[in-house]
Design a protein. Structure first.
Length: 117
């Protein structure tokens, strides 16, 4: 099982980034996909969730209206489009795959997002 995040980097406030998480080794379409983030000295925070069936989504209040999660089951990939980035969005972003109504699941290694002028 593998989850590989990519797309992080340094961006100015107000800018955009698109994170990708490529999955392998499990039946991707049957898993709820989540993006978490962890800033230095802070707890890991759930950012966005997309369901395994129907593609319903949920977001943390701090990113609603700015971030969009999506998935392409044909490519076994989940995305996080991040617009209007703020310095407080700076964190390591992690991809998580979990079976519906379960906890834990699989984790990626994380990708750093830094928002700074």
């Amino acid at each position: 099982v593998q989850l590989v995040e990519s797309g992080g980097g340094l961006v100015q406030p107000g800018g955009s980034l698109r994170l990708s998480c490529a999955a392998s080794g499990f039946t991707f379409s049957g898993y709820v996909m989540r993006w978490y983030r962890q800033a230095p000295g802070k707890a890991r925070e759930l950012v966005a969730v997309i369901s395994s069936v129907g593609g319903s989504t949920n977001y943390a209040d701090s990113v609603k209206g700015r971030f969009t999660i999506s998935r392409d089951d044909a490519k076994n990939t989940v995305y996080l489009q991040m617009n209007y980035l703020k310095p407080q969005d700076t964190a390591v972003y992690y991809c998580n795959a979990v079976r519906p109504y379960n906890s834990g699941g699989y984790w990626g290694q994380g990708t750093q997002v830094t928002v700074s002028s």
